[in-house]
Design a protein around this ligand. Sequence first.
Ligand SMILES: Nc1nc2c(ncn2[C@@H]2O[C@H](COP(=O)(O)OP(=O)(O)OP(=O)(O)O)[C@@H](O)[C@H]2O)c(=O)[nH]1
Length: 300
Amino acid sequence: MSIPVTVIGGFLGSGKTTLVNRILAASPARTAVLVNDFGEINVDFDLVKAGDDLTFELSGGCICCSMAEGVGPAIKSALKTNPETILIEASGVGEPRRIAEFALLDPALRLDMIVTLANATALDRQIRDPLIGDTVARQFDGADLIVLNHADAARPDALTKAHDILRRLAPGRRVIETVEADLPLDLLTATSHAIFAAGPLEDDTDHGSIYGRDRFESDTPIPVETLEAMLQALPQSVLRLKGWVLLSEEPEVMLLQYVAGRWSLVPAPDAPRLTRLVSIASDPDFTIAESLKTQAFSAS
Ligand SMILES: Nc1nc2c(ncn2[C@@H]2O[C@H](COP(=O)(O)OP(=O)(O)OP(=O)(O)O)[C@@H](O)[C@H]2O)c(=O)[nH]1
């Protein structure tokens, strides 16, 4: 019997991991999860709440661009664990339909659905951005369901605009507004697939050359004021920053999530006493170390 595969895509920070964890929490099925993070440190591997033996990592690249190398072997490894279903979290700069094609080609698999999330607070800006606009737009190609997430943080006019954009990019497709990707999970089964009506795929893009990726690891504690000053001063080119921060004060280790100008810090008592951060920016010269150093100097 073929194993159903759900592909979850959406731009950086749109809420893919949040949705994966929601599905895992609600579903009794034995679910293997393939996570493709953008950085050398696969933060999502630790944040996805499937057992470690059911989580498969596709780190350091973009699975939409290196299909043959990345996805195939990961799916093979996942199948060895006898899952009842497979969830694939695409990279935030990936095209979910490229991944879904694996499920269409492999007789062991059956495509259940492509779900693409959008960040209602940022979609308009992202689509108009000359560097990332095309990538964001292509993520809706072939999506069976579009989840307009971060609805709590979006102004009413931003929500209206986001719906207009989605109507234009994905006419006729179902769009559901959510907060923290909270949606009725029975929506996650498609009877027909938009991917069959999508146009031809464009040539692979080398996302590595469009985006600047950085990682930062250190065991030197960071004063919370330095961290907050750094976050406040981050340029708009920083699309995503996430990972763990070792602070000088209690609680010592915090999980940092920075998405399009907003951030959260949550105590992470079980994480190692280290700072481990990854970032992705449209400015290839952005570095986390430099950004922290600038704030540390201005504080002293
Ligand atoms: N305010 C608000 N925050 C949200 C919502 N959904 C997710 N978040 C937060 O946004 C951050 C990013 O969410 P993730 O689920 O990690 O997003 P992602 O798409 O997996 O991110 P990448 O894998 O880095 O592309 C986290 O701090 C989430 O808790 C939402 O609807 N509203």
